[in-house]
Design a protein. Structure first.
Length: 291
């Protein structure tokens, strides 16, 4: 999973829906989505994607506009309301996901591109989005079609990505491509840590702020017990956690601060052991293996 390029041309539909779900904090693999939609070598149409979205408790309606300004305004309205939108572009030949608009720039997740994340202006998006409806005699009519498919949860979902141009450009930097590819792994772990959410009016603490407060403590303790780590590599993991936590606006109860630090310590220790290896602890004598 994660945000990465599709391996085959006809897989854009499942990838687009996966990216839309990921923006709403719903983790699903493109393979699972393809199975639910019945994706084949001919690709996936809007009805098949709608059926797959329903499996995750989301609607995927078709909203059709015939004027470019009306289509742009409708797209912006859904994006600002927190609903990512699937768009079928290039003459209804390719699916992408629009996730954010800011100052006339649109953040698009296009799995046909190696970097996936793309920032485009309205004229460029309009050119790729428009579908020219052909008249019966083969001549192009004056009618132009703009279809958008917003992902609308049937019930409120607690976690929603708040992308911005700044965040998109951060992920486009070569040194941060690894974070994009492992995005859902970070989301899954951090959402689990925040599984108990403060009640309305309760005292909450942003997970990103907690990470800022305790990064040096976590690194010091990790170095104490696991002296062979590369401190900068461990810092990068914590920085990525903070970026993801801030993107989704994840929070914890203030009373859970110690428990959360313990959970983060455990994740960091497991990461360091897997990355750098660890010698056995507290071993007495060799134990006979049970066959």
């Amino acid at each position: 999973m994660g945000i990465y390029e599709q391996p085959g041309k006809w897989e854009c539909g499942p990838f687009a829906l996966k990216h839309a779900l990921l923006m709403r904090g719903v983790l699903a693999s493109e393979r699972e989505i393809a199975g639910l939609a019945g994706t084949g070598p001919d690709g996936t149409d809007e009805k098949e994607l709608e059926r797959a979205a329903a499996h995750y408790g989301c609607g995927l309606p078709t909203v059709r506009r015939f004027e470019s300004d009306a289509a742009r305004d409708e797209l912006i309205r859904y994006l600002r309301d927190g609903s990512p939108c699937l768009l079928c572009i290039d003459g209804w030949d390719h699916w992408v996901t629009a996730v954010h608009e800011e100052t006339g720039q649109f953040i698009i997740l296009d799995s046909d591109k190696s970097e996936v994340i793309e920032v485009v202006d309205w004229p460029r998006l309009r050119q790729r989005w428009v579908y020219h409806d052909e008249a019966g005699d083969g001549r192009k009519s004056a009618r132009k079609i703009y279809d958008l498919h917003p992902l609308v949860p049937e019930r409120p979902l607690p976690d929603r990505a708040r992308f911005s141009l700044e965040r998109a450009r951060y992920l486009l930097q070569p040194e941060n491509r690894g974070l994009a590819r492992l995005w859902d792994g970070y989301v899954e772990d951090l959402v689990a840590i925040c599984r108990t959410r403060p009640s309305q009016g309760g005292r909450a603490l942003a997970l990103g702020e907690l990470l800022r407060r305790h990064t040096e403590l976590l690194l010091d303790e990790l170095a104490t017990w696991h002296g062979g780590i590369k401190r900068q590599a461990a810092r990068q993991v914590l920085d990525r956690m903070r970026f993801v936590a801030d993107t989704y606006g994840l929070v914890i109860r203030q009373s859970d601060e110690k428990r959360t630090v313990a959970a983060l310590s455990m994740i960091l220790a497991l990461w360091s052991a897997g990355e750098f290896g660890v010698e056995p602890l507290y071993r007495k004598v060799p134990v006979r293996k049970i066959r």
